[in-house]
Each structure stands twice: as C-alpha cells, then as structure tokens.
Design a protein. Structure first.
Length: 339
C-alpha cells in the first residue's frame, strides 16, 4: 500500500511539471514573436512621422509665404486708404469752397440786379456825356498836348528810358521832371509800364504785364526811377522792340515814350525798317502803337563833350524824328536841362 501511494504522487507531479513547462514555453515563444515584429512597427512609425513632419514643414513655408504676401497687400491697402482719406478731405474742402462761392454768387447776383438798375438809370446820362466829350475831342484842347504838342489820347503808356552813364550824370533831374509832367498829362490810364532802353523792366514782377494806374503806383515809379541804375548801351531800339512785342496786343491804344540822349547803333534806316515790320498798320491804316520821344541835350555841354561823341546825339535826334513821324508820334528835343 505504501508503494502504491508513492507512485501516484510521482505521476501527478510529472504532469504538473509538464503543464508548467509548456506554459512557460508558450510564453517564451510569444515573447520571441513579439520581439521580432516590434522593430518593424517602430521603423514604420518613424517613417510615417518623418513624412508628416516634412509635410507640415512644407505647409509652414507656404503659410509663411502667403503671410508675407498678405502683409504687403495690407501695407498697400493702408497706403491707399490714407490717400483716399486725403482725397476725401480735399474734396470736402473743395465742396466747402464751392458752397461758399455759390452763396457769394447768389449775393453777388442780388447786388448785380441792383447795379443793373442803376446802370440803366445812368445810361442816358452817360450817352449825353459821351456826346459832350466827343464834341470836345473835335476841338483843339490844351489838355491833349504835352511839350511840343504830343497827343495824349492813349489808354496805355509805356516809358522806354535810357539809363546810360551820360543820362545818369547829366540829365537825371530833368528826366524826373519830364516823367512827372508826362504822367500828369494822363490823369487816368488803364495801364502803365516802365523799362529801360535794353528792354529791362523796372518792376520784374510786372514783366510782360501792365502796371495798374493808381496814385500809389505812380509814386512808386517816380521813387524807383530816382535810384534806378540798369545797364544800358545807349540805344533805344531793344526797348522799343520789347515793348511792341510783349505789350502791343488786342488792339489797345498804346503810346510809347522814349527818353534818351544817344543812339550808338549801326544803322538808322535798319531800325526804321525793323520797327516798321513790328508796328505794322491795321486795316484802317493806324499803327499798333504811337511812338513819341524826348531828347535830352546831355552831350552839348562842355563837360560832357570831353567824354562822349556829339555824333551819337545827332544820330539819336535823326532816328527819333523819323521814327516818331512814321509811327504817329512827335519828337521833342530839349534845348536845356534846366527847369
């Protein structure tokens, strides 16, 4: 009986050990299989992760490029918005100005209506006054004469003044007096202009334009003339040509006054022909401008003859006499520089 019990115990023990060994073997086999497939999965996961990273980097670069483009467009839009705002501000200012002008024009229209009524009332009186003036213009009048009978019926007056050394030294006080007398002979004109014999304007701001005729402007001309010392070649030709070329326009009644003492040009006849072309006659036979001249006897004094040639003064007188005669004016040669 004892042996039989010992054998049963051994059989049970061997079976149990077999089961345990089989279980451990299965576990080892499973672990071996898992260990063999794990590197492949990791490698695949790594490749997938790198591909995703590369794709995300490309997308990041694209987003950055689009961001740069959008930033530039934003800056451009902001600049355009600023320009549009400035344009709107200017347009608002123009609109305000137009509204003000419209309001002023309405007020002006009302004033014009009142003035038109007054004009109609005064038109009859003006017609009568014009008839009276026309009758007076047909009679000889002292108010229409300057020194030597120079007519003073022009509406615009241009002075061409010799500013050479001989005039500055010997004739300037006399010239100032004759300038004042000439202006006094024209109580009111529509425009004045003063230039030297080189065509240089006394007031550069009015170059090529008319100086308004006011008492203040006349006084300014006399004051400026007192110390005016522009370069001169003692020939009035350039000044006369500049006056006709720049101011004789639109059928205006213009007189040119030449104040000088010498003519140093080459040919008197050449000057006459040149002025003849520029100051051509119109359909009625009248010249575009009248040309008057006053000659100052600076070179006939003993002190002046020592420095200058008397022939230039004689040539000036010859030129101005012929020029004034051909262009509807008068030449006055003074015999003294004293008042």
């Amino acid at each position: 009986m004892k042996r039989h019990r010992r054998r049963d115990i051994e059989v049970i023990s061997l079976s149990f050990l077999d089961c345990i060994c089989c279980g451990f073997g299965a576990i080892i086999l499973l672990l071996t299989l898992v260990r063999m497939s794990e590197p492949q999965a990791i490698e695949q996961a790594r490749e997938d992760l790198q591909g995703r990273i590369a794709r995300l980097e490309r997308e990041l670069y694209e987003i950055r490029g689009e961001t740069t483009i959008l930033s530039r467009e934003l800056v451009g839009k902001r600049e355009q918005l600023s320009l549009d705002r400035e344009a709107v501000a200017r347009l608002q200012g123009d609109l305000s100005s137009l509204r003000g002008e419209f309001k002023a024009s309405r007020e002006l229209s009302q004033v014009q209506d009142v003035m038109q009524g007054r004009f109609l009332a005064a038109q009859q009186q003006l017609t009568e006054e014009m008839k009276r003036l026309q009758e007076e213009s047909q009679r000889p009048a002292r108010s229409k004469e300057l020194v030597g009978g120079i007519p003073v019926d022009s509406e615009y007056v241009i002075f061409v003044i010799d500013t050479s050394g001989s005039m500055q030294r010997f004739a300037w006080p006399a010239l100032l007096r004759k300038m004042s007398q000439t202006l006094d002979a024209y109580p009111k004109v529509k425009g004045l202009q003063v230039m030297n014999d080189e065509g240089v304007y006394m007031f550069s701001t009015y170059a090529g334009k008319w100086i308004p005729d006011t008492p203040g402007r006349r006084q300014a001309v006399i004051q400026r003339l007192t110390g005016w010392n522009a370069y001169s070649n003692s020939s009035p030709v350039e000044g006369i040509e500049a006056a006709i070329r720049s101011l004789a326009k639109g059928g205006l009644k213009i007189s040119i006054y030449v104040f000088g003492d010498e003519f140093t040009g080459r040919s008197v006849e050449g000057v006459l022909r040149a002025v003849e072309r520029m100051n051509a006659k119109d359909s009625s036979g009248a010249r575009r401008v009248r040309i008057h001249a006053i000659g100052f006897p600076t070179l006939f004094s003993a002190s002046a003859q020592a420095e200058f040639s008397e022939s230039t003064t004689v040539r000036f007188a010859m030129l101005m006499r012929a020029l004034c005669e051909r262009n509807g004016g008068a030449f006055v040669g003074l015999n003294s520089l004293e008042p």
